[in-house]
Design a protein around this ligand. Structure first.
Ligand code: NAP
Length: 522
């Protein structure tokens, strides 16, 4: 088999990869995903002196969600001082909430600075991984041009880290006739810059965080925009402004000032999340205050009572991720924008048909319909562990679970960065940095003992699952009214198992303190 020269940064054949054949070469670590999670794990392992790290990425460049998502209006919805690695502050964010392109540039900068690019292999689709009991290695199945072939090949590795993101499998709505639409269809995560939007009749399905960012931008360009809303979203004001030059200069000269801003912003988010959402039992008043703030925001921006009512959620604040925007609600005051809350029954070549048979004729259909999490993403690839345990099947037959959000019994040397109960809900960087601490401790311990396998015990996993289950009992997910929220936080068992029900401070503390005896080292 021949390899294309792109493998290994254009330096010849890919070590350890062969079509359908296991080669003697076994990597130390394979990381799947070159987004901020995968890069964080690689940075930590490199700090520990490990260098045989291969990062496999199905896209053609790094950055994960910030490489894939390029739709108009894309920006972070956590302030940029917080939505970045604490050890790599960026004094140059142009706004409090940086646009998506700056996140992509930041990811590139991090990859260059921490010498990650030479570990990355782009255009490689990983389809599965199987634990080989005899050799105590993972056998990883790959395909794709970046692997030098479109046929299947295998790689072997001692440790396997999946960093495949929570929101990485775009969801196409299951609406009858959608494939018959004669105009242009664009999913938000597959944005097509060449699509003609100016003066067109545009329809958008979806009013999640993506829809909220896209709607004002589409309205600026459309001849007429129709927003198809199934479930309204809680929207709170976005306190956003360009970061003045003097502040950037202060951040550059005295990084401690940016760290202070980061801590202040994180503290506000932490209070909102832990009091109003995770401890809803005691923080109902706080939760109601957040809902009131969002309603006041709506009231101040939308004069029409019927429109206001249509835009007001009926589920509790926090059941699904709320969003921030100052430009979303005013869009519905425009004459060339229609909010349509009727049920979509079908799509025809000329447009969308809603409940009463009305056809809205469209030239462009934008799908801001989110991502398949539970159908395709837990896990994103087939993972077969010790004794043939199939991770996806096991999670579905039992409950979604992972010790510290990262480890699963019978999956030795396997770490799922985006596993159940991993995400602390605020800036994703808090999550990955806690995971970096955890990985450091585990790899350190394995090295100290001369062990070749690290595996969480069943007892520790059960204890962790019991603990998060108990903590969720006081959350808005169990005590609030979440029934009509259509929230992707809830798994097929009806449990809000994406979020780790703890503050970011305690998640980080746990990463530093969990007993190493919770793992078997052999
Ligand atoms: P989402 O929150 O899952 O929203 C998808 C939207 O599409 C919902 O309004 C949903 O309605 C609607 N939808 C899906 N299928 C439909 C159908 N068949 N018929 C009618 N409506 C349908 O996805 P998202 O907006 O892409 O956001 C996902 C997450 O990405 C966010 O929660 C956030 O964490 C992240 N995000 C972050 C940023 C940022 O930081 N800048 C920006 C965008 C997104 P229902 O609610 O009724 O299901």
């Amino acid at each position: 088999m021949s390899f294309r020269s792109g493998w290994g940064g254009g330096q010849g054949p890919a070590p350890g990869l062969d079509k359908g054949v296991d080669t003697p070469m076994t990597h130390d670590v394979i990381i799947i995903g070159a987004g901020f999670g995968g890069m964080g794990a690689a940075i930590e392992l490199k700090r520990m002196g490990r260098d045989d790290i291969v990062i496999l990425e199905r896209e053609e460049d790094l950055g994960g969600t910030w490489h894939v998502n390029r739709y108009p209006g894309l920006a972070v919805d956590i302030a940029s001082v917080t939505y970045s690695y604490s050890f790599e502050p960026n004094p140059d964010w142009s706004r409090l909430y940086a646009p998506g392109s700056e996140l992509k540039a930041y990811a590139t900068h991090v990859a260059e600075k921490y010498d990650l690019r030479r570990h990355m292999r782009f255009g490689v689709e990983v389809t599965g991984a199987v634990w080989d009991e005899d050799t105590a290695e993972w056998v990883v199945t790959v395909a794709g041009a970046g692997a030098g072939t479109t046929e299947v090949g295998t790689l072997r590795t001692r440790y396997l880290i999946t960093a495949t993101g929570y929101l990485s499998q775009p969801k196409l709505p299951d609406i009858p006739g959608i494939e018959t639409f004669a105009g242009t269809v664009i999913h938000s995560a597959r944005w097509d810059d060449s699509a003609e939007l100016d003066g067109r009749r545009i329809g958008i399905i979806g009013t999640g965080a993506t829809g909220v960012q896209l709607v004002p931008e589409l309205a600026k360009r459309a001849g007429h925009l129709t927003v198809f809303q199934r479930t309204p979203i809680w929207v709170v004001p976005k306190v956003d402004f360009p970061v003045p030059a003097w502040a950037r200069s202060v951040f550059a000269k005295a990084p401690a000032t940016q760290q202070a801003a980061r801590l202040a912003n994180s503290a506000v988010l932490e209070i909102l999340s832990t009091v109003g959402v995770l401890n809803f039992k005691y923080g109902r008043g706080f939760n109601s205050f957040a809902a009131l703030l969002a309603k006041a925001h709506l009231f101040s921006q939308v004069r029409d009572r019927t429109t206001r009512r249509a835009l007001t959620p009926e589920y509790s604040f926090g059941c699904k991720r709320p969003t921030f925007s100052n430009s979303y609600f005013p869009t519905f005051g425009r004459d060339d924008v229609t909010l349509n809350t009727d049920t979509i029954t079908e799509v025809r070549p000329e447009g969308i048909v809603t409940g009463d048979g009305t056809v809205t004729e469209l030239d462009v259909l934008v799908l801001a319909t989110g991502f398949s999490l539970w159908e395709k993403n837990f896990p994103a690839i087939e993972v077969i562990g010790r004794g043939g345990r199939d991770l996806g099947k096991w999670w579905r037959d039992n409950r979604f679970q992972a010790y510290e959000g990262i480890s699963v019994p019978r999956f030795p040397n396997f770490f799922s960065l985006h596993g159940p109960y991993s995400y602390t809900g605020l800036s994703y960087f808090w999550t990955i940095e806690a995971q970096m601490v955890l990985l450091h401790r585990l790899f350190d311990e394995a090295d100290r003992r001369g062990a070749t396998t690290i595996e969480v015990t069943e007892e520790a996993n059960d204890r962790f699952l019991g603990d998060v289950t108990h903590r969720l009992e006081r959350s808005v997910f169990q005590l609030g009214s979440c029934a009509g929220s259509h929230s992707y936080y809830f798994d097929p068992h009806g449990e809000a198992s994406i979020l780790r029900p703890s503050s970011v401070v305690s998640a980080r503390r746990d990463a530093h303190r969990f007993p190493l005896t919770d793992y078997a080292f052999a």
